[in-house]
Design a protein around this ligand. Structure first.
Ligand code: FRU
Length: 347
């Protein structure tokens, strides 16, 4: 018996497929493969009926589990998979090492998993193993950080350029068009770092009074961000705002400023907005704004099931985002499209 997508994706998929002009003649070999031809020898369309035994195995390679956002992504995958007794997910943690993550993908291929979900550390080193798995007919769903090219079944993530632009727009208005800004960038060999930077610069473009007085790559890590912020504080007597590419970095910057007795004169902005992290920081007045970056974990499981059922899926799924400030946090934040003057986001 073939399974169909979770309802949260069903409506989205029909619209996305229509818009993308996508049909079941997709050139994507992995996306096309019917369930009965799944990579594992034990799998087959008939045995997909819930018989108590697992029918599909998904390998999930997480780039690290050192940050709450990634722990949340795995929990979202796990929770979604638990709704489907025929699914088993094998989790691997690459511990922030691209070589180790390459090996994960190769091991999953060797083991003959039915699908792979990967949240890659860096685009370049993970492109080849992902492409190879795809070429061997194993559907690979790439989550959050991208790989290069098109050799995978589906990419799921929020639009980081848009999030960066929304942050830039908010910052520009908060600063009244002028101020001294520190930018703490995410790992610049990963796509969200590049995109959040580009979007932000776009968002503040034309506000000639906004000056980026210090920028550094904090590699997504709170201790790195704290260290970089200590340098910024030592070099600059006046800092009006910190734009950090994630909430751990915004928090690290806050701690550095607090240690220097300067946290009250600085506005802190981060990205991720996990309820127990960024949103809580905003509620407590530790940071001033956080922009949501959904994990896409549940959507990845839904898409894997669609592919394993032989259904066409879009090549790219873009998730919506909200932003949280002191003013809107108690009412659940607002869609970033409100800042960008666009139509409402779907989430
Ligand atoms: C976690 C993280 C998040 C960030 C995402 C970008 O590793 O740094 O904080 O939003 O990765 O890929």
């Amino acid at each position: 018996m073939k399974r169909s997508a979770h309802p949260r994706l069903a409506a989205f998929l029909s619209v996305a497929l229509a818009l993308a002009g996508c049909d079941s003649k997709s050139p994507d070999p992995a996306a096309e493969r019917p369930a009965g031809e799944a990579a594992s020898p034990e799998t087959g369309a008939d045995s997909a009926a819930p018989s108590g035994g697992k029918t599909y195995t998904i390998g999930m390679s997480q780039c690290n589990l050192g940050e709450p956002w990634r722990v949340q992504m795995n929990a979202d995958v796990q929770r979604a998979a638990e709704q489907h007794p025929e699914l088993e997910v094998i989790f691997k943690d690459a511990q922030n090492d691209s070589l180790r993550q390459r090996a994960h993908v190769e091991e999953f291929v060797q083991a003959g998993v039915d699908a792979i979900i990967i949240s890659p550390k860096e685009a370049q080193p993970l492109t080849e193993p992902v492409a190879k798995a795809h070429e061997q007919g194993i559907p690979v769903i790439v989550l959050d950080r991208a790989v290069l090219g098109e050799k995978f079944a589906c990419f799921i993530g929020a639009d980081n350029v848009k999030i960066g632009r929304a942050a830039g727009t908010w910052i520009r208005s908060k600063l009244g068009g002028s101020g001294k800004v520190v930018e703490l960038k995410g790992l610049m060999t990963s796509t969200p770092g590049q995109d959040r930077h580009r979007g932000f610069r776009d968002g503040i473009q034309g506000a000639d009074g906004i000056e980026i007085i210090f920028e550094a790559d904090m590699k997504w890590l709170e201790p790195e961000a704290r260290k970089e912020m200590e340098s910024a504080l030592a070099r600059h007597a006046k800092i009006d705002l910190v734009y950090a590419h994630n909430d751990p970095a915004a928090h690290g910057a806050y701690l550095a400023a607090k240690a220097a007795g300067r946290e009250k004169e600085i506005i802190f902005v981060g990205i991720d907005a996990l309820p127990q992290e960024g949103v809580m920081y905003v509620q407590r007045g530790i940071i001033d704004a956080s922009f949501e970056y959904p994990t896409g974990g549940a959507e990845a499981v839904d898409i894997a099931l669609e592919i394993l059922a032989g259904k066409p899926v879009p090549k790219k799924i873009t998730l919506g985002s909200r932003y949280f400030t002191k003013e809107n946090v108690s009412s659940g934040g607002e869609p970033i499209s409100d800042l960008l003057g666009e139509e409402k986001e779907s989430t």
